[in-house]
Ligand binder design. Structure first.
Ligand code: FAD
Ligand code: DHB
Length: 401
């Protein structure tokens, strides 16, 4: 079979790309290794930047997001002024500092909305449960993708352009053979989703001697929580009682109550790394999202960056079909990498400021901890420093970096 753009991966990158291309009258086929039920149930990111929300609105897929998403105009940094002292909240007021905010809306809800728009409303193709995906001839103007469909039949999809949107564990990156720079952090995040009403309607990032904790939510009935844990932690090794006990300790603050509740899924542990692959293009193959770069989750940037990449790619593809002009293709990697590196820096900054590092290392020795406290105090007392955090967190305008 044949299409204009072959897209590997039905995560936020692949599905937003397919949507933007469809709006421009460009055909695509999306190939996804997992089932529709699986990708719709995968609990991951929860924070949408302002430019992400604007783009989803422009693409006409923000109906439910506008009804059910939770707009937030700030976050709190929670820490003790002195080691062992009482924790206090310091609010970063996004509305006041930069005049915009974020929206809390689960990544799997974004994925559900995009799939409903494409498959149920428009009748356009997503092939689920494919295997053996291989990408061919990307240095010619007639690349193709071979794969085995869910029913066991072998296929070759011919196309003009291939988008590698298959995430960190995908195969497209190896075809590009980019140079890779990375940093692995010496901890992970244990994440839980609980049937418990959020007691504060904003996110809390807590710096604590026992390690970092994050308080977030998904709805007026569901709380989302994360704990810094050692990197090799088995999710099953923490009992529910221990998880709640540690959350209560690390999030303790005058006037704050953490409601407990039934866990809605098994706790999971995510490793923490930074990774940038460059260039993000080889011939007619373009990498986007986690296939090309990973950020630690502390800055809430991963999904937003994936969506920013495919906006650039969709515009380049439109220009190619409209004017036969490949300059958008030539600029793709450099344009994306400017925003990628801004997000890499911000995510590293938030991670470094908020986590507890081993006391035998430079980041975690008494000097390192003194620097962290100083950075926290500066961030919440200086309008300039708070504004810098705010403009990165709510998302710099697309194209501004
Ligand atoms: P993915 O969502 O990984 O999608 C890739 C798709 O490709 C998958 O569906 C996969 O099944 C499919 N695939 C893989 N290999 C193949 C193959 N060979 N053939 C076909 N299909 C294949 N980001 C934020 O912006 N804000 C947050 O608050 C945030 N919090 C996070 C919290 C956690 C616990 C985690 C784990 C991540 C978080 N992220 C966050 C990161 C965010 O989830 C990712 O950056 C985002 O999913 C990237 O989207 P993507 O489309 O590039 O990749
Ligand atoms: C969530 C995840 C993050 O990584 C973050 O920085 C903020 C919120 C969340 O899942 O709600």
């Amino acid at each position: 079979s044949r299409t204009q753009v072959g897209i590997v991966g039905a995560g936020p990158a692949g599905l937003v790309l397919a949507t933007l291309l469809a709006r421009a009258g460009i055909d695509s086929v999306v190939l996804e290794a997992r089932s529709r039920a699986y990708v719709q149930a995968r609990v991951r990111a929860g924070v949408l930047e302002a430019p992400t929300v604007d783009l989803l609105r422009e693409a006409g897929v923000a109906g439910r997001l506008d009804r059910e998403g939770m707009p937030h105009t700030g976050i709190s940094l929670r820490f003790a002024e002195t080691p062992g002292g009482p924790a206090e909240d310091h609010r970063i007021d996004f509305a006041d500092l930069v005049g915009r905010g974020i929206t809390v809306y689960g990544q799997q809800e974004v994925v559900k909305d995009l799939l409903a728009d494409r498959i149920d409303d428009a009748g356009l193709p997503v092939e689920f449960e494919v295997s053996g995906v291989e990408i061919h001839d990307v240095t010619t103007d007639a690349p193709s993708i071979t794969y085995t469909a869910a029913d066991g039949t072998a296929h070759r999809l011919r196309c003009d352009v291939v988008a590698g949107c298959d995430g960190f564990h995908g195969t497209a990156r190896s075809v590009v053979a980019p140079e890779i720079v990375e940093r692995v952090y010496p901890f992970g995040w244990l994440g839980v989703l609980a049937q418990a009403a959020p007691t504060t309607d904003e996110l809390v990032y807590s710096h604590h001697d026992n390690g970092f904790a994050l308080y977030s939510m998904r709805s007026p009935e569901v709380t989302r929580l994360y704990l810094q844990v050692p990197p090799d932690t088995e999710a099953g090794s923490w009992s529910e009682a221990r998880i709640w006990d540690e959350l209560q300790t690390r999030l303790a603050c005058d006037g704050f109550t953490l409601n407990e509740g039934e866990l809605l899924e098994k706790p999971s542990v995510t490793g923490m790394r930074s990774m940038v692959a460059s260039p993000m293009r080889h011939g007619r193959l373009f990498l986007a999202g986690d296939a090309a770069h990973i950020v630690p989750p502390t800055g809430a940037k991963g999904m937003n960056l994936a969506i920013a990449d495919v906006r650039v790619l969709a515009e380049a593809v439109e220009r190619f079909y409209r004017d036969g002009d490949e300059r958008g293709f030539d600029d793709y990697s450099a344009t994306c990498l400017r925003r990628v590196w801004r997000a890499e820096h911000f995510s590293w900054f938030m991670t470094s400021m908020l986590h507890r590092f081993d006391s035998s290392t430079e980041a975690g020795d008494p000097f390192g901890v003194g620097l962290q406290r100083s950075q926290l105090r500066y961030t919440v007392t200086s309008r300039a420093a708070a504004t810098s955090l705010a403009e990165n967190y709510v998302g710099l305008p697309h194209g501004a970096v």
